[in-house]
Design a protein around this ligand. Structure first.
Ligand SMILES: [Zn+2]
Length: 289
């Protein structure tokens, strides 16, 4: 098929199989150090997949993960990808005070810059946890000199969402160049559908994602897609105690994910989020508190 000339944003939220929101009531933070680390091997497979497709991407990585997987961090940078921040330990931003959030992003950034040897300029909130409750989070990111954030899901979802936020690049802080690049939504009968990846991509037929990204590109805009390393890992330990709904969402189609991703990478043009943010900045909408 003919590819659109629009370069879409490809991102990986780098956290391990036990650090996902779906299991937070089953696996406590104190248990993490006793669990098998699988994210390093999964990142290695993803890097091979990206090399095979000839694409570059952004890896939004937890500080906790970077501390324990330094070779994987170096490989991400050496192979031409962007290493960016996903916070220290996946605490949702709206549970922080402003000062705690500042501390969290500074801690994660220092670890990531040490591990990757490059400046970190991008941030993605765990579980897209910047919304109407904590607009101050964007101010903190601007104060800390971040170039962009990709932390808003402009849609209603059972775990997250900021329904009123713009669908495309906006400047959330008056007087700052900080750009927010929301995760992709597609319009269907004027309703916004979450279409940026995660469970939707894995669980729904591939045709939905292809349709959604084409729609967004027809609007003249890049899509922003994300997935997680554990989604390409059918061998990960099963968390039997988690609620059925969480398990269904987490374990469906893990074996088919890599093939689906290959198709997606071939069907569209993809690149890093820092480059996308720089391209979108001139036309980003002023939408500040
Ligand atoms: Zn995450």
């Amino acid at each position: 098929m003919d590819k659109s000339t629009i370069v879409n944003g490809l991102s990986v939220d780098v956290e391990d199989w036990f650090q996902v929101g779906a299991f937070e009531n089953t696996i406590s933070r104190g248990d993490w150090d006793g669990l098998e680390l699988r994210v390093g091997d999964n990142v290695a497979r993803i890097l091979d997949l990206f090399d095979g497709a000839g694409v570059k991407a952004t890896f939004f990585t937890l500080g906790w993960v970077a501390e324990r997987n330094k070779p994987a961090m170096r490989a991400i940078v050496e192979r031409g990808h962007e290493l960016a921040s996903h916070g220290y330990d996946h605490t949702r931003v709206f549970t922080f005070t402003r000062a705690q959030f500042a501390e969290d992003i500074a801690r994660a950034r220092a670890i990531l810059e040490d591990a990757g040897g490059q400046e970190v300029t991008g941030y993605r909130a765990p579980s897209f946890s910047i919304d109407a409750r904590n607009r101050w989070a964007h101010e903190v990111l601007a104060e800390h000199g971040y170039a962009y954030s990709s932390s808003v899901a402009p849609v209603v979802h059972d775990h997250y969402g900021w329904r009123e936020a713009p669908r495309f690049a906006f400047n959330p802080v008056a007087g700052s160049d900080l750009v927010e690049i929301p995760v992709t939504t597609a319009l269907f009968r004027r309703r916004r559908l979450a279409a940026g990846g995660g469970g939707f991509f894995r669980v729904l037929p591939y045709g939905f994602s292809r349709w959604a990204i084409r729609q967004v590109n027809r609007e003249g805009r890049p899509a922003v897609f994300y997935f997680h390393p554990w989604e390409v890992d059918p061998g990960q330990p099963r968390v039997a105690e988690a609620p059925l709904r969480s398990r269904l969402r987490h374990y469906t189609n893990l074996t088919r994910m890599e093939g689906k991703l290959s198709t997606l990478l071939g069907d569209f043009a993809w690149g890093r989020m820092d480059a996308l943010a720089a391209r979108e900045m001139p036309r980003s909408l002023a939408w500040a508190a």
